[in-house]
Design a protein around this ligand. Structure first.
Ligand code: NAG
Ligand code: NAG
Ligand code: NAG
Ligand code: NAG
Ligand code: NAG
Ligand code: NAG
Ligand code: NAG
Ligand code: NAG
Ligand code: NAG
Ligand code: NAG
Length: 853
């Protein structure tokens, strides 16, 4: 032994000419011996002929005593021998992680000064020596990702200073030792992914006053949630994949932020968890209850957990329940409601979840359509095994190629997707119908069209110009323009006459069918000009066969197209796509009635057409677009000119109208005028018509500006013709405008739409006018997610002035802006009965009228 030792030293000395450096029984010797044993050669960073304290990863207290040694990821492999690192008597910190070490030497346990030990990511097998108890000052022990087996030694009880204990991903067996209770300093423990079994030691939960993170996942531990009650400081708890039973009630105590109870055998009614109890639900960011046997209905309870980012309650035994009130969880990134017995429809508010990455609604009984989603971050989307019908929203279809995983199988969905591979169609759309509807004979109507995004608006503006010019006959250029236009229309009109139906048209979000045989046999009624015998064929011609290029907007009731009827009547054609419960006769009578309602702030109904199932309303064309476009869509300046140049009417693009309304729109006086006009229109509908007409869809895109830049409200009275249940109204409501009573009908308040739901919508429009922000999905301060909650919060704090649109800030006295916000505040009161009537709103607005100077 001695001889071989001497030889070794001799060899080493010979090999490294400078024999003086690593004397036997010095730390330098032990470390170099260790490295060489484990396959490390001398190198610049570990130059064995230089003093040990100069090597990389070696830290000394003085010239020779190593106190810290980091040899992570050096490819060290094999058993560690005696007389190497086990002899570093002053060693306090040792990191040998990410190597291929298979075993520890017997003298390892004499490292009595160790405070930090990291052996993670090695291949150490066998049981952990009970000599571990020698490490009385150890503060952090990481043995994770090794191949330890056998029990965790009872002697762990000696580690009174231990703060971090990581034993995860090993093969530890048997019960967690009672001795752990003595490790009172523990801040974090991780026993996950072992084969620990039995029950937790008695007093486990209350034993660790400083414990923050506790992970027992992936073992075979038996227990009840009461074994976990008494944790005073734990914020992270993971007991996933164990054998816990009984009720989950006792878990919901203390300051927990992350709770993972998934894949256990918890039972009992979910309502046993007192969702209004003292547990601080607003701290909860992660909740996983999936794969248990919980019963009852989940949906109504969880409202207080507004900061949830991860929610998984999949695979339980819940009774039939409606969808969660999803807008209570604006921060959700992961939502898994698979197999939770959901019935009814997916609420449209789900589109407000702009951080959503994963949505799994599979294996439920959800019906009706898939609402639009915020697809910005969406990566995983599963709605398989439901009862969903209708089209898949285009926004989702467009995102699919960039999504990680999606599954629409086993529903009754229709899609129009030509670009997806047949393989994808066969695996992710099992049972869906892939049919792309096209107009009657598209080749006949091919016209130069462009898909520019700004085009829609550009067309509105271009057309408004045309119309202005038409009006001013003395303007010679305008006359020429009009006749040319005429000729084009006349031409296509002739061609269309030979077409017979049924006709099918597709827009971005829907497909509609006019089930008529002869387009020329379906009359169009124009109230003021009864002698003009227009037919559906004229509507086809006016709108280039309802071409997408003529689509102005897609409203709640259906798409709106623009067109010129023969004789230069400029119209907006609104198709009420979603059907109607009225008979043709009733619908005609109702439309005739609406045609008689006139007010300077209402968009007049010009006529209508009943084409098969479709009720088509025809309005005067509004020259200056709608408020939504003007406030939110059009960037400042004249950027749309580029788009115009590709369009047929490029010679008109001098942008007079554009400059006019855009410039004006940045003054408080003008915005006030829009607010007052809209309020007057609503007051007229509510109080001047008998029976009162409830609009139901008050929003900025329903407010148009006519040729004289007077505000005019559109779409009044359509809700009645539409004739749908309140549920559908909610389902189709526009995010940001839906009044709270639609979402959470309280007992005692009248069901369905009332004049006060219109008042709410008006309040939002008023907020938009003052703040210039969109009602939802805009950037608000204070982490708010909707305009209404943001502004209401500010008004409540008397800080309304912070919300004022910087573009109009200087154009009026601050007090008026603040007053207007207060009126909006009243209008958007949560409870309908607390909102003023529209008549009162008109009065309140008039009180703050900007002076005429
Ligand atoms: C180690 O250091 C000595 C001088 O201190 C130097 O001569 C030698 O080249 C170094 N070896 C390596 C491998 O860098
Ligand atoms: C141990 O080392 C690994 C890998 O280098 C590292 O990820 C881990 O955080 C370390 N453990 C502790 C408790 O610092
Ligand atoms: C882990 O240890 C077991 C025996 O305890 C052995 O059969 C297995 O091969 C080891 N695995 C590795 C990767 O060393
Ligand atoms: C716990 O595991 C060990 C070894 O894995 C086994 O011998 C023992 O029977 C198990 N005990 C229980 C209660 O399952
Ligand atoms: C809980 O542990 C399981 C198993 O290791 C893991 O899959 C899951 O992500 C963990 N949960 C949390 C919240 O980290
Ligand atoms: C639920 O919590 C509320 C409020 O803390 C309390 O009044 C009620 O008694 C609790 N119910 C149960 C069953 O614990
Ligand atoms: C949803 O949870 C179930 C049950 O745990 C799981 O099988 C499924 O993979 C999860 N879905 C997603 C998308 O994570
Ligand atoms: C789907 O809807 C149909 C008709 O409403 C109904 O008969 C069927 O049971 C539903 N299927 C599921 C899985 O809910
Ligand atoms: C699927 O939807 C179509 C209409 O989109 C309906 O006619 C048909 O009955 C539905 N089929 C089932 C099985 O619900
Ligand atoms: C979608 O779900 C069905 C039913 O579970 C399955 O057969 C199919 O393979 C899944 N497709 C994809 C792409 O995951």
């Amino acid at each position: 032994m001695g001889v071989s030792c001497l030889c070794l030293i001799l060899v080493v000395t010979l090999f490294f000419r400078q024999s003086v450096c690593q004397q036997p029984n010095t730390d330098g010797y032990f470390v170099s011996q260790f490295l060489k044993d484990m396959g490390v050669k001398t190198s610049q960073v570990h130059n064995f002929s230089n003093p040990v304290c100069s090597w990389q990863g070696v830290f000394c207290s003085n010239q020779e005593n190593v106190v810290k040694f980091v040899a992570s990821g050096l490819g060290l492999s094999g058993l560690v021998s005696d007389n190497t690192i086990g002899k570093l008597r002053n060693l306090q910190s040792l990191d040998l992680s990410r190597n291929k070490i298979t075993g520890l030497p017997s003298d390892f346990w004499s490292l009595g000064s160790l405070k930090i030990l990291n052996l993670s990511y090695n291949q150490i097998s066998g049981s952990l020596s009970s000599n571990i108890g020698n490490f009385g000052v150890l503060e952090s022990m990481d043995l994770s990702f090794n191949n330890f087996s056998g029990n965790v030694p009872e002697s762990i009880s000696s580690l009174a200073n231990l703060q971090v204990l990581k034993l995860q991903h090993n093969g530890f067996e048997f019960v967690i030792p009672r001795g752990i209770i003595n490790c009172k300093s523990l801040v974090s423990m991780d026993f996950s992914r072992n084969q620990l079994n039995g029950t937790l030691p008695k007093g486990f939960a209350a034993a660790f006053p400083k414990l923050i993170s506790s992970n027992l996942a992936g073992n075979e531990i038996h227990g009840r949630s009461s074994d976990l009650s008494g944790m005073v400081s734990v914020t992270f708890l993971n007991i996933s994949s164990n054998l816990f039973q009984g009720s989950i009630v006792d878990v919901f105590r203390g300051p927990l932020e992350v709770i993972d109870l998934s894949h256990n055998q918890f039972q009992g009614h979910i309502s046993q968890v007192n969702f209004s109890s003292s547990f601080s639900w607003s701290q909860l960011v992660y909740l996983d209850l999936s794969e248990n046997q919980l019963s009852g209905a989940f949906s109504e309870n969880l409202n207080k957990a507004q900061n949830l980012q991860y929610l998984n309650i999949a695979y339980n035994r819940f009774s039939r329940q409606k969808f969660l009130q999803i807008d209570n969880f604006p921060k959700l990134e992961y939502l898994n409601l698979s197999k939770t017995n959901l019935v009814g429809h997916i609420p449209v508010e789900i589109s407000l979840l702009s951080n959503l990455r994963t949505l799994d609604l599979s294996k439920n009984h959800l019906s009706s359509r898939i609402p639009p989603l915020s697809t910005k971050r969406l990566q995983t989307f599963d709605v398989s095994y439901n009862n969903l019908t209708g089209n898949i929203p285009l926004s989702i279809l467009k995102k699919l190629p960039r999504m990680g995983k999606f599954n629409f199988s086993y529903n009754n969905l229709t899609l129009c997707a030509t670009r997806l591979s047949t393989k994808t169609l066969k695996s992710a759309f099992i049972g869906s119908l892939n049919s792309c509807p096209i107009a009657a004979n598209p080749s006949l109507f091919k016209r130069k069209s462009s898909t520019h995004r700004g085009l829609k608006l550009a067309l509105v503006l271009a057309f408004s110009l045309i119309c202005l010019l038409v009006g001013l006959l003395f303007f010679a250029f305008g006359c020429r323009r009009k006749t040319r236009m005429w000729a084009v229309k006349q031409y296509s009109y002739k061609k269309e006459q030979i077409i017979s139906g049924p006709f099918s048209f597709q827009t971005d979000s829907t497909t509609w069918v006019a089930d008529v045989k002869q387009a020329t046999s379906v009359p169009v009624v124009i109230f003021e000009k009864p002698l003009l015998n227009f037919t559906f064929a004229d509507l086809l011609s006016a709108t280039s066969n309802f071409d997408r290029g003529t689509l102005l907007a897609e409203g709640r009731f259906g798409p709106v197209y623009r067109g010129f009827l023969q004789g230069g009547i400029h119209v907006a054609v609104k198709v009420l796509v979603h059907g109607s419960t009225m008979t043709d006769h009733e619908a005609a009578r109702e439309l005739e009635y609406l045609g008689r309602i006139k007010h300077p702030n209402l968009v007049p109904l010009t006529g209508y057409c009943l084409a098969g199932e479709q009720r088509i309303a025809i309005y005067d064309y509004m020259e200056n677009g709608n408020l939504q476009n003007l406030l939110h869509d059009l960037p400042l300046g004249l950027q749309t000119i580029e788009d115009w140049s590709t369009d047929t009417w490029e010679e008109d693009n001098n942008g007079i109208q554009n400059v006019g309304s855009e410039g004006l729109l940045t003054t408080w006086r003008f915005r006030y005028k829009i607010a007052l006009g809209t309020a007057r229109a609503l007051a007229f509908l509510h109080h001047g018509c008998s029976p009162p007409i409830i609009h139901i869809d008050v929003k900025s895109s329903s407010v148009y500006l006519d040729m004289n830049l007077e505000p005019r409200l559109s779409d009044f009275g359509l809700a009645k013709i539409f004739g749908h249940s309140i549920e559908d109204e909610i389902a189709r409501g526009t995010p940001g405008y839906v009044p709270p009573e639609f979402l959470l009908p309280e007992s005692g308040s009248p069901k369905g739409a009332t004049p006060y739901s219109d008042v709410y919508g008006f309040g939002i429009v008023l907020f938009e006018l003052v703040t210039g922000k969109k009602p939802a999905e805009d950037a608000y301060e204070d982490k708010e997610t909707t305009l209404v909650s943001w502004v209401r919060g500010l008004v409540r704090k008397n800080e309304g002035s912070r919300a004022i649109d910087p573009k109009i800030r200087g154009t009026g006295p601050k007090s008026q802006f603040v007053e207007a916000l207060k009126i909006g505040y009243l209008c958007t009161a949560d409870h309908p009965s607390k909102r003023p009537s529209m008549q009162q709103v008109v009065g309140l607005l008039k009180d703050i009228e900007p002076s005429m100077n």
